[in-house]
Design a protein. Structure first.
Length: 107
């Protein structure tokens, strides 16, 4: 098993404490988007926007990022319908396991 050096692992912990990824995306917002899309397959952008309390411009950036990472997929142009992928479901499962292990609710 490879061990992380202290400096690197401290950076990861600090990043988790802030709830932000290096590229400026908020993990809690991503979690809320994924959870909503999982519970409401084929959700419209406006529905996701209302459920996550984010602006349309911000949500579009998150949707594009999550789609690029393979966590969700969208179909159609108007309305743009959002579906979670297997990778997205796996991501939510891992987050739920982390929540259980550390006793902290993410979203």
């Amino acid at each position: 098993m490879k061990m992380l050096n202290y400096r690197f692992s401290k950076t990861i912990v600090e990043g988790i404490d802030r709830g932000k990824l290096a590229m400026g995306y908020d993990l809690v917002v991503m979690y809320r988007i994924l959870r909503y899309v999982r519970d409401n397959p084929g959700a419209k952008i406006s529905d996701v926007q209302a459920a996550t309390s984010t602006s349309y411009a911000t949500l579009s950036k998150y949707i594009d990022f999550l789609e690029e990472k393979g966590l969700i997929e969208s179909k159609g142009r108007k309305p743009r319908l959002i579906y979670i992928t297997k990778k997205g479901i796996d991501y939510l499962f891992l987050i739920s396991q982390i929540e259980r292990l550390i006793g902290v609710k993410v979203g």
